[in-house]
Write a protein that binds this ligand. Structure first.
Ligand code: NAD
Ligand code: DAU
Length: 341
């Protein structure tokens, strides 16, 4: 019987992984470990709550004592998604990012090693490579220098180094994935696309940072989840694999596309004070993942935007509940200084 442990499984990408893994019978038993921070939401796991192989543990990954028993009689693989994930919050205050992303990852690596875990898949990000120039054709490869800009990206880079150190020093079977910007259902509405889509539904301003020319490479969360599965199945221990959507878009253009898809005028887009040290452009070269894992990028975001907008339209209760809570204070604090609220 196969057993997996998924950290951060109540968040955006982790919950996609869990729903897909159980829904498609990838594994017999799957335990989620999640501290249920502001970003963790049990509603995201509702579709699998009654699955016979599913278990949920409200545990903080920085707490080694609480973590150890969750491994039970042993697990074959750990998929490590748990993290503080929002760049703006890390600029506001970095402590939780160091605690969870750096400290928590080391605690998890130690427990995994002690419990003889078969494979440890560490889910990381393209942000560890830093920023590329606008207009250049350069892309990040797995051997590009690690030059993170934000505290979030720096904490993820540190966690990557710790995961690789556990492989080299102790022989833990570690594979690292670095993916570009994800979009899809259940994304917390602090991130660009769900924030703009839900604000448009509410006829609120769409706060576009700086000149709006910053470029991100967009991949559907479903494609990311399948790529992680490929890395687990075919990746080599100690190796890093880049994934991207081959879908570089300027924020300004996506903001306009959202206005069109939500039927609001583009003058709802409001230029606001830029993010500090705002990375100009991300772009991934996924040649290695294509060659070694058989990874392929899916259709571009334009072909999936109506479905994306449709999901947020059909799940108004999901995001309204989030936006009613502590989120209101967050929004006021982050956006009033930018000149939006
Ligand atoms: P998210 O913020 O939606 O979810 C994070 C989850 O981790 C939440 O459920 C939260 O409760 C949990 N968590 C946070 N701190 C914890 C702790 N100390 N102990 C246990 N659980 C804790 O994040 P996401 O967007 O789903 O990202 C998941 C992972 O993928 C992260 O590691 C992130 O760096 C990486 N990633 C994200 C993207 C993206 O575009 N969102 C792209 C590439 C990589
Ligand atoms: O590249 C992968 C990374 O993508 C992940 O590692 C991170 O966890 C994830 O949050 C994401 O980081 P970004 O900073 O790129 O995503 P965010 O959604 O915060 O912003 C996307 C772009 O949109 C960025 O250029 C900033 C801009 N933006 C964002 C917000 C929230 C705005 O213009 N206005 C906004 O209100």
């Amino acid at each position: 019987m196969s057993r997996w442990l998924v950290t951060g499984g109540a968040g955006f990408i982790g919950s996609h992984f869990v729903r897909t893994a159980l829904g498609e019978g990838w594994v017999d038993k799957l335990a989620v470990v999640d501290a249920l921070t502001y970003a963790g939401n049990l509603e995201n796991l509702e579709p699998v709550r009654k699955h016979a192989g599913f278990a949920f543990h409200k545990v903080d990954i920085t707490d080694g004592q609480a973590l150890a028993p969750v491994f039970g009689d042993g697990v074959d693989a750990v998929f490590h998604f748990a993290a503080e994930s929002h760049v703006d919050r890390s600029i506001d205050s970095a402590a939780a990012f160091v605690q969870t992303n750096v400290g928590g990852t080391q605690v998890l690596l130690d427990v995994a090693r002690a419990r003889g875990v078969g494979r440890f898949v560490h889910v990381s990000t393209d942000e560890v490579y830093g920023s590329l120039a606008l207009g250049s054709t350069e892309r990040f490869t797995e051997t590009s220098p690690i030059e993170p800009t934000s505290p979030y990206a720096a904490s993820k880079a540190a966690s990557d180094h710790l995961a690789l150190a556990a492989q080299r020093t102790h022989g833990l079977d570690v594979v690292i994935t670095r993916c570009t910007n994800n979009y899809g259902p259940y994304q917390f509405p602090e991130k660009f696309l769900p924030l703009f889509i839900t604000n448009a539904f509410e006829h609120k301003a769409l706060p576009l940072y700086g000149d709006g020319l910053n470029v991100r490479d967009w991949i559907h969360v479903e494609d990311h989840v399948r790529a992680i599965r490929l890395a687990f199945d075919k990746g080599k221990s100690g190796e890093v694999y880049n994934f991207g959507g081959e879908c570089e878009r300027a924020n300004k253009d996506l903001a306009r596309a959202i206005c069109q898809a939500t039927h609001v005028p583009t003058d709802l887009i409001q230029p606001v004070v830029d993010r500090k040290a705002h990375d100009r452009r991300y772009a991934i070269d996924a040649t290695k993942s294509k060659r070694e894992l058989g990874f392929r990028a899916g259709p571009p975001i334009e072909e999936r935007l109506d479905a994306l907008v449709g999901w947020y339209r059909d799940h108004r209760g999901w995001w309204e509940r989030i936006k009613q809570g502590a989120y209101r204070d967050y929004y006021e604090r982050m956006y009033s200084v930018r000149g939006t609220t």
